[in-house]
Design a protein around this ligand. Structure first.
Ligand SMILES: Nc1ncnc2c1ncn2[C@@H]1O[C@H](COP(=O)(O)OP(=O)(O)OP(=O)(O)O)[C@@H](O)[C@H]1O
Ligand SMILES: [Mg+2]
Length: 220
């Protein structure tokens, strides 16, 4: 290992350490908040949902940070397709911010899939986040799922600005971005992970009225 690589490794370890410290603080306080709410008998679904999303996000970042130490760790587990998608959709709603976005989620049926939960959820969030970002102010995101012929199929669409035909391959390449603060990693990470699990992701349509990504995952 060269000196530069060693420096980089040390830096990664230190940054990971600091991120994990602060994540644990966020995690601890969100747990305290949850307990307070339960203790005071406040039944507020939207606060509960927000706290659950925060805790799941913390878990996902923690695994990502751990990945920096053991690059590409993968812990597949048996998950219910429908529940996992619904959980991911709830988490992605945080990106709506002040836009007027209608979500339409319909998961027709379900089956077990064998994937790393945090990584799979991250993929769905990345795609939905892109969909939200493609919408200027007002629009619609639709998430349609179905199990058929030995696979779970998930279609995620939005009605924002379409992707030009000559960029449809480019979008999956590492570093390709059209956003001022984008890093061009979201779709690349999704594709790499899904393909490593014998799943696929593709852009099946991009017109003024609909841009649609489709994921196909083998069922157990
Ligand atoms: N649903 C979508 N509608 C329109 N364009 C999209 C959509 N999804 C992806 N793109 C295009 O593909 C590019 C790459 O997407 P990707 O998620 O990989 O990176 P990013 O969103 O730019 O940055 P980040 O790394 O933060 O996700 C985007 O910059 C955008 O131009
Ligand atoms: Mg993105």
């Amino acid at each position: 290992m060269t000196e530069t690589q060693q420096d980089l490794n040390t830096q990664i370890r230190q940054v990971s350490h600091e991120i994990r410290n602060h994540l644990s603080i966020c995690d601890m306080y969100s747990q305290i908040l949850k307990k307070h709410i339960e203790k005071e008998g406040l039944k507020n679904d939207s606060i509960n949902n927000a706290l659950n999303c925060i805790q799941k996000s913390i878990q996902i970042i923690s695994t990502n940070v751990l990945d920096l130490k053991s690059i590409n760790s993968n812990h597949p587990q048996i998950l219910d397709f429908k529940n996992t998608v619904i959980k991911s959709v709830e988490m992605s709603k945080a990106y709506i911010s002040d836009k007027n976005i209608e979500f339409d989620t319909f998961i027709k049926n379900s089956a077990n899939i064998n994937v790393d939960e945090n990584r799979f959820i991250s993929c769905i969030i990345n795609i939905i986040k892109n969909g939200i970002e493609a919408i200027d102010i007002k629009g619609k995101i639709s998430i349609i799922g179905e199990v058929k012929e030995g696979a779970a199929i998930l279609k995620i669409s939005n009605n924002g600005k379409p992707i030009p035909p000559n960029k449809r391959e480019e979008i999956f390449k590492q570093g390709y971005t059209t956003k001022q603060s984008g890093s061009g990693l979201g779709l690349h990470i999704c594709k790499k992970y899904l393909e490593s699990q014998n799943a696929t992701i593709s852009l099946t349509k991009s017109t003024k009225s609909e841009t649609r990504f489709e994921i196909t995952i083998p069922i157990c």
